[in-house]
Write a protein of this length. Sequence first.
Length: 131
Amino acid sequence: MKSQAAPAATVWPTFVLLFAVTPAAAAERIGQPAGLQPIPEEVAAAYRERIEDRQQRLLGQPYLQARRLERRSIGRLALPGGDADPAFADIHLVVHKSGAALWEVWLTAKAGTISHRRAVALQPRPRWPCR
């Protein structure tokens, strides 16, 4: 009897770029910057929910209740590129209560599949005995 191979999982490759922002720039209440479109509200709400869920699981409810971080969705930047490239970047401002701040720039590429056999094959094989 042949064992059936598991179907390849669908994944959405996502990259997050972080850029430090000066406290003065973070304190400014800017409107919609030129060249950016608004992030759809359902996308911004899903982003906040996903982040808060992870923070609660990893850091606990007291961390969330301390409200150390403030997050604001700034806008969506359209990106030129091919079919395999991300079509846009979502930009969020994250400000710590101390004043430290950074831009989170989220780039999500097109959905694709990943093969566990290929992923395992890409891993370097240890040489035994390890020294």
